[in-house]
Design a protein around this ligand. Structure first.
Ligand SMILES: C[S@@+](CC[C@H](N)C(=O)[O-])C[C@H]1O[C@@H](n2cnc3c(N)ncnc32)[C@H](O)[C@@H]1O
Length: 241
């Protein structure tokens, strides 16, 4: 590896605008995200036994990969993202599905009423935002008391930096270079503190360990105690807030 490959690159959110046409392509920068949904929902379904009729916010929805999974489960979905080109792709792909509405907004300042959603899903987003406490405070504000926040994100370890930035961005190049700034990764201890401060309780946090990829692209994922790279979680908004 050249020394140039080791230089820290900033978190380039423009990637989601420039690469928006790739959201639904089977090969490309977002193909892995799509394959992450089945294992994610194996975990999330433990907390939400029936999604039917729930009002669910998909925060940082990108091109709508997860929003459409939620709609297929019977939820009424609000997809929010700061990338307007991604939202255009999401709307086009949903092709008039009236159970999904998309809106352009920053995750730290949502145009949604207090206590207006049952569940917030925020996957692969928190490691990109400038203020995690502010985004979690917004999640808590818009959730009904007792509502669930479901998330996954990346731990700030040397191993995560090596795998996600050096290997996946710089060597294998399955993720566009500059997508991640490892300094914005979040340790589980920080996440616990932020969630506690925002008024969440009953946190379950598990390692989200991708151990293999099958020929059809699907991922073999284990939920375990190994949070060294990525982890997945669920927390409930306090009933009294
Ligand atoms: C890695 S993608 C994940 C997309 C989607 N959640 C998924 O897993 O398919 C990160 C998304 O977060 C969005 N994002 C990043 N920072 C944001 C912010 N502050 N407010 C709203 N969206 C944001 C990006 O535009 C991008 O679409």
């Amino acid at each position: 590896m050249s020394t140039k490959a080791l230089v820290v690159t900033p978190n380039d959110l423009g990637i989601y605008d420039r690469e928006a046409d790739h959201w639904w392509r089977p090969v490309g920068p977002f193909a892995t995200l799509r394959h992450l949904n089945p294992p994610r929902f194996r975990f999330f379904d433990r907390f939400i036994p029936s999604w039917t009729g729930l009002r669910v916010l998909d925060l940082g929805c990108g091109g709508g990969l997860t929003a459409e999974v939620l709609a297929a489960r019977g939820s009424c979905v609000i997809g929010v993202d700061r990338s307007l080109p991604s939202l255009r792709v999401a709307r086009r792909h949903a092709a008039g599905d009236l159970t999904i509405g998309y809106a352009g907004s920053d995750a730290g300042a949502l145009a949604l009423a207090d206590g207006s959603v049952d569940v917030v899903v925020c996957v692969d987003v928190l490691e990109h935002v400038p203020s995690v406490p502010q985004v979690l405070a917004e999640c808590a504000r818009v959730l009904k008391p007792g509502g669930w926040l479901l998330f996954d994100t990346i731990n700030r370890t040397w191993l995560a930096r090596m795998v996600v930035v050096w290997v996946l961005e710089h060597m294998v190049r399955t993720i566009p270079r500059g997508t991640h700034d490892w300094r914005m990764f979040i340790t589980p201890a920080e996440m616990r503190g932020h969630l506690d401060h925002a008024g969440f309780t009953d946190l379950t946090l598990r390692g989200f360990d991708v151990v293999g990829r099958r020929r059809d692209g699907s991922l073999d994922v284990h939920f375990n105690d190994n949070t060294a790279i990525t982890y997945i979680g669920a927390a409930r908004k306090l009933e009294t807030r």
